[in-house]
Design a protein around this ligand. Sequence first.
Ligand SMILES: [Fe+2]
Ligand SMILES: [Fe+2]
Length: 273
Amino acid sequence: MSATVPDGPALNKEIWKIYREFFDLAERRRRWSLERDIPWDQCNPNTSRAVADVVESFCAVELFLPDYVGKALPMTRGIRGRAWFLANWGYEESKHSLVLQEWLVRSGARTEAQIEEISNWAVVGEWHLPADDVRGMTCYTMCQELATWLHYRNLRRIVGETDPALNKILALVSIDERAHYDFYLKVMKLHLEDDRAGTLEQLKRVLNGFSMPATHLLADSAKRAAAVRSLNIFNENLFYADVLVPIMDALGIEKAELRNRAMQKKSLPAPTP
Ligand SMILES: [Fe+2]
Ligand SMILES: [Fe+2]
């Protein structure tokens, strides 16, 4: 499969159906308003510095949106379900960076000038596609969306009721991330039906080298990754238990299937964010 050739008319038709279900559900249940749905008067100015730093990191990762959409969209030309999904996905992801940025300023954790500085990182570094065809991208993005959901869910558990505004933001964003994962999970099932061995090969490659997008491009990237680990938001064990195992269960993949194909690897990967 090349980057420009659509992956089969029957498969594409199914992806379109998945997209329509995704879109209809999003319109019916998942649309939220940055202005109306966040209790902005309940931002806690005393929310810990560690939490604010992590929110800043998440916000910065979401700022690479022009790369995420701009580089993936040409690959989906001719595959309407994928292209329309990406357009809708871009809208939702754009709200994520906006709402996190809004919380950083309204809570007093960052000034407008600091936000300006953060925004610039996203144009200095450039994110590159982790795979060169739509199936490889499906493997990566499926894992990444579930891992992203996990980041937000775990941060929300830490915040609890201490900051009702941030709590609500993290609830809304994590629901979006879960819906993104669900779309890619359904597309992955089609790929596995279509070509199980080839798809598993690509999934194995993604799992062996998995890392969260753009984190290495941020200023103080090592410190930021360490902060996420120290708050127990994301680490190798959590990736295994809450990303890899649920994905394998949902797709009906046995550990042995990935191991058998993993030429020299004896164990499953130990990725870092
Ligand atoms: Fe997001
Ligand atoms: Fe997402």
